[in-house]
Design a protein around this ligand. Structure first.
Ligand code: GUN
Length: 296
């Protein structure tokens, strides 16, 4: 069997188009646009690239983008004061603080200063609690993107065995909650799981989010399973830098029914879902119907 490739790049473009159409209607009918504020502290090169891409794509779908680039030495109180100002700003409907923050800053405290209704990352403790109890919340972008691709590929996920490898707060745990919300039977596996290969082989849906290059090989994949690779690892091979996922693509693609590639799979969906979340936050703030197909 050769797996169907789930084209995240194309799906992200479709999602952005969907968002752009909603935004266009909002602008025509309400003469305003949803706004997203992104806060970057320090000069981490990877974070700078992400923030630039977020800003560009925000403007491309017709939303307002507000970027705040703060010095690496910014104090906790100055950062909190900025977030409080953005919380009160009626033109800002979504706030994202790029992580990781420099070590002198308390990320939990900073994130929990964001108004939960504007927390487009879904990292605020009240959004985490709402998701965990199956209530309406802001949902972290990467797992939301995975869920959207899975729903698009399968339709209903009810009754499927899902294994999520990785237990991070950003991907693994919310991914498991979302799959549970769609009535999968969910296992969260991790580095201490006994016989990880056997656990993975039980999965109809296998989500790899461990941050270990090519750890999940074809012999861990159940024939016909859907494999979602969240990993983005830069490795050196044959003297060149290469981007690989947490899944060994070549061997897994021979066994899986469907698979997301790296690059071009989950990655592009993350920013698309950030834009979707900003639109959702705007609609909720204004009491408008939520955008169809862009939420959990
Ligand atoms: N850094 C890496 N991924 C993310 C993300 O999804 N959100 C934020 N805020 N920072 C990140």
């Amino acid at each position: 069997m050769t797996a169907t490739i789930i084209d995240g790049k194309a799906f992200a473009a479709k999602t952005r188009q969907h968002v752009a159409e909603y935004v266009s209607t909002i602008k025509t009918e309400r003469h305003e646009a949803p706004g997203l504020a992104v806060v970057l502290v320090g000069e981490d090169p990877a974070s700078q690239v992400y923030v630039r891409n977020k800003g560009t794509q925000t403007v491309e779908v017709g939303m307002e983008s507000f970027e705040y680039k703060l010095d690496a030495n910014t104090s906790q109180s100055d950062l909190v004061a900025l977030i409080e100002k953005l919380n009160a700003d009626p033109k800002v409907h979504g706030i994202l603080v790029q992580l990781p923050l420099p070590p002198h800053l308390n990320s939990d405290l900073v994130i929990n200063t964001i108004d939960p209704a504007k927390d487009v990352d879904g990292f605020h403790i009240s959004n985490v609690g709402l998701l965990g109890t199956g209530q309406k919340s802001m949902v972290p972008c990467t797992p939301l993107g995975c869920l959207m691709m899975l729903r698009d590929h399968h339709g209903s996920l009810a009754g499927m065995n899902a294994v999520v490898v990785g237990r991070s707060n950003i991907v693994g745990k919310p991914m498991a909650q979302l799959l549970l919300g769609d009535s999968c039977t969910v296992t969260i596996a991790h580095s201490k799981t006994k016989d990880l290969g056997a656990v993975c082989r039980s999965a109809d849906i296998l989500v790899a989010a461990v941050g270990r290059p090519e750890m999940v090989t074809g012999d861990w994949v159940k024939p016909g399973a859907t494999v979602i690779d969240v990993g983005i690892n830069r490795i050196e091979r044959d003297g060149k830098m290469k981007l690989v996922g947490d899944v060994h693509y070549e061997s897994a693609a021979k066994v899986a029914g469907a698979i997301t590639p790296v690059p071009g799979g989950v990655g592009p969906m993350t920013i698309a879902c950030l834009l979707a979340n900003t639109l959702t936050a705007y609609c909720r703030a204004k009491g408008l119907p939520e955008p169809v197909g862009l939420t959990a």
